[in-house]
Each structure stands twice: as structure tokens, then as C-alpha cells.
Design a protein around this ligand. Structure first.
Ligand code: SF4
Ligand code: SF4
Length: 387
């Protein structure tokens, strides 16, 4: 369980809705009330070019946030007179979303078209080939500069809509990951991943080739029925770890993962640098799949759908999401075999060697927000009985 020592900072407000609904108020209306209560309208002004940072979904993976919710985000933003556009940055790995053409095509296939999104364009943050970036100076412990998709830097305001799930390298992914990794250009993504290179345990490798077949960097070769990784080509995506049937691919977690997580938080800081008071955060704690949305599949959710969170604080909202997930009992029949009871750490159960809390600790230490939060649960509206 999370042991928090968060008394030195005042708590941030995090608002929450569950999925109870009735004829007085359906879920999209309740979601809109959540956003408005949490302050989205006062964050935005007329004509603000507003980046709505989403994940459009990878082909074959259906855990992404359903388009009708994103349409409601857009409609709410438009009430202020702001000008929203949907955005994400291209992927580091070779795949459908590694350039703007494939990225937008995938988005449309998954339901994010101009018409379904209430006349809202998609603008890929880092351009046609992932090279349109701004160097943002942050003078961090690891990064003096970070490399962020230009269109996100150029925007007047940012609304991050994140899907909370497990993640093989960061333990969990939520708002902070949507910012730090999701808004980085290809160079920025590589910069964050570059310290993370796995090793093959030759003793147990059976030479099946699964890892090499799915390696986006062509970094794995087979010789004498044993795999080996060329670290110069490895982009640290972690795919080989999940593909290996014998658990023979190990990341050098202790040295590399903490640096990766701290860099990701420094990138989040870079994203928010010119958005003081102009950023709003939403976490969907739904379809809580064990691994990244960039995978070409999503395994069974590890716990039930919990609800939606909204806040002005990117640290508090992620802390609230992981606390809520860890408070749940695991669903039966998922890949989560350890820490299945309410109160046990589901992310450590999935990825025992990843210290996911480091994301939040470091984010707090560099001034991104606070882990201390006041959770306000918004009740459903109900019909009053006639007297
Ligand atoms: S982490 Fe594994 S799958 Fe990913 S690029 Fe490196 S060797 Fe290839
Ligand atoms: S997937 Fe695992 S067992 Fe198969 S070749 Fe790669 S390291 Fe060896």
C-alpha cells in the first residue's frame, strides 16, 4: 500500500464520478458536470488554441478512451469560445502511428473523425515525421532541455485526457505519462528511453525468436538458438520483455528505470512550462489493462471500471487514480497473480521491480504538484420526489 508523507504541502482538489446514472443524468452529462466543477471553463479563454492531448488507440488495442467522451470534452471546451484541436505525438517505434499520415488514419479508424469530433481537427504534435519539436529549457537533474512536439508548445492551453493503466516500464501510466512521454517528439522519447536496454538470460532462452520478430528497432539477433540485443539499436520499448515465453528478457531495472521515470517527469515539466494556469487534467480509470496502450492488443482489465477523475493538479490526479485502483480487489482470470486483495499494490503485483511511486515523488519534488489530495466524489443527480 502507498505510504504517503504529504503533510508539507496543502492538498489539491481532485473530483471524481463513478458510473452510476439514471434518467435524470446520463454518463456524458455527468462527465461534463465533473469537468465544469473541476474548473475547465475558468482555465480557458475565448480563442485559446487548446491542445486536447489524447491517445487515439493502437490498431488491435481497444482500451483507449471511447470517442463520445472526447467529443464531450471538446463540446465543453467550446463553451468558453476556445478553439480545441486533438493531438498526440508520433511513436518512437515503427508502426501505424509513427508518422502523421498513419497516425491520423488510425485515429479515424478508431472513431476520431472531424465529423464525430464535432468539427475538430487532428493536429499531430510533432509533424509529419516526428521532427517538428521545440527545445524547452528546464535545467533538470537529467535534462537541461527537453524536446516537445511543437504544436503542443505553441498552443495557448492544454487539456490532457489520460487512460490509467499498468505499464511495463513505468509501473502505471496516467496523466504524467500522457504529458511527459506522450507530448515528447521522437527525439524526446528516445532521450527518455535511451538508458533502458534489456539483457537476455542465455541460460533460459530457447531461441524461439518471438522477441526478434516483434522488436521495433531490429535490435535482436539469433545465433546458435540464443537471442542477443544490440544496445545501439535498442529503443528501450520493452516489447521483448512481454513477448518472451520463458521470462528470459530482463531489464537492468535498478540502474535504468529510476532515471527513465525521472526524465519522464522532467519532460512533463517542460510540457507545462508555458501553460501556467492553462492546463487541465482528466484521468479515465476504466479498462485498466495491464500494459501500455501502444501495444497491439489489450489484455483483460485487472480491476473493475472505477470512474473518471478531473483536477488542476497532474500529480494529485495520478496519486488519486493509483490509490483507487490499489483499493480494489483484482478481477478473476487476469494476468495479475500477486497482490490481488483490496489494499494491495496492483502495479507492484504486475511489475515487481518497477518503483512506480518514483514518478509521483519526483514530480512533486520538481514542483509539478502535490501527492496530497482532497477527493470530492460527485453524487449522481436524482429526481426529487413530488410531495
Ligand atoms: S526493448 Fe527489446 S523489443 Fe524494444 S527495441 Fe529494445 S530489444 Fe527491441
Ligand atoms: S523470446 Fe525469449 S526465449 Fe524466445 S528467443 Fe527471445 S529471449 Fe529467447
Amino acid at each position: 500500500m502507498t505510504d504517503l508523507n504529504r503533510t508539507h504541502l496543502s492538498a489539491s482538489k481532485v473530483y471524481f464520478i463513478d458510473f452510476k446514472a439514471n434518467s435524470k443524468e446520463n454518463i456524458p452529462d455527468k462527465f461534463q458536470r465533473l469537468m465544469e466543477t473541476a474548473g475547465i471553463l475558468s482555465t480557458l479563454s475565448k480563442n485559446d488554441l487548446t491542445a486536447v492531448k489524447v491517445h487515439f488507440g493502437e490498431r488491435g488495442n481497444v482500451a483507449f478512451i471511447r470517442p463520445p467522451y472526447i467529443r464531450r470534452v471538446i463540446q465543453t471546451i467550446k463553451k468558453t469560445g476556445a478553439l480545441p484541436f486533438l493531438t498526440d505525438a508520433n511513436t518512437l517505434y515503427a508502426g501505424a502511428r509513427s508518422n502523421s499520415v498513419g497516425h491520423i488514419r488510425t485515429a479515424v479508424e478508431n472513431g476520431f473523425s472531424f465529423s464525430s469530433m464535432d468539427g475538430t481537427p487532428i493536429v499531430i504534435a510533432d509533424g509529419l515525421r516526428g521532427k517538428s519539436e521545440n527545445q524547452v529549457e528546464i535545467n533538470g537533474k537529467h535534462c537541461r532541455h527537453v524536446h516537445i512536439g511543437s504544436e503542443i508548445v505553441s498552443a495557448d492551453a492544454l487539456v490532457s485526457v489520460a487512460h490509467v493503466k499498468g505499464h511495463e516500464l513505468s509501473g502505471f501510466g496516467g496523466t504524467l505519462k500522457n504529458l511527459g512521454m506522450g507530448c515528447a517528439s521522437r527525439k524526446g522519447k528516445l532521450d527518455q528511453h535511451s538508458n533502458v536496454s534489456p539483457r537476455i538470460k542465455k541460460k533460459t532462452c530457447i531461441g524461439c525468436g518471438n522477441c526478434a520478430e516483434h522488436c521495433p528497432g531490429d535490435a535482436i539477433a539469433l545465433a546458435d538458438k540464443k537471442a542477443s540485443i544490440d544496445t545501439a539499436l535498442c529503443i528501450g520499448c520493452g516489447e521483448c520483455i512481454l513477448r518472451c515465453p520463458t521470462g528470459s528478457v530482463n531489464i537492468q531495472w535498478n540502474q535504468t528505470i529510476p532515471v527513465f521515470l525521472e526524465k519522464m517527469m522532467e519532460y512533463s515539466k517542460g510540457v507545462l512550462q508555458n501553460k501556467q494556469g492553462k492546463a487541465f487534467f482528466i484521468n479515465f480509470v476504466t479498462d485498466i489493462s495491464p500494459a501500455c496502450d501502444c501495444m497491439s492488443y489489450n489484455d483483460r482489465p485487472i480491476v473493475r471500471d472505477i470512474g473518471i477523475l478531473a483536477s488542476m493538479d497532474p500529480v494529485a490526479i495520478d496519486q488519486a487514480a493509483v490509490d483507487m485502483i490499489n483499493a480494489e480487489a483484482a478481477l478473476p482470470g487476469t494476468c495479475l497473480k500477486k497482490n490481488i486483495l483490496p489494499g494491495e499494490d496492483k502495479f507492484k503485483g504486475l511489475y515487481p521491480e518497477v518503483n512506480w511511486e518514483l514518478q509521483l515523488e519526483y514530480a512533486e519534488s520538481i514542483g509539478l504538484g502535490t501527492r496530497k489530495y482532497d477527493l470530492e466524489t460527485m453524487a449522481s443527480l436524482t429526481w426529487k420526489k413530488e410531495s
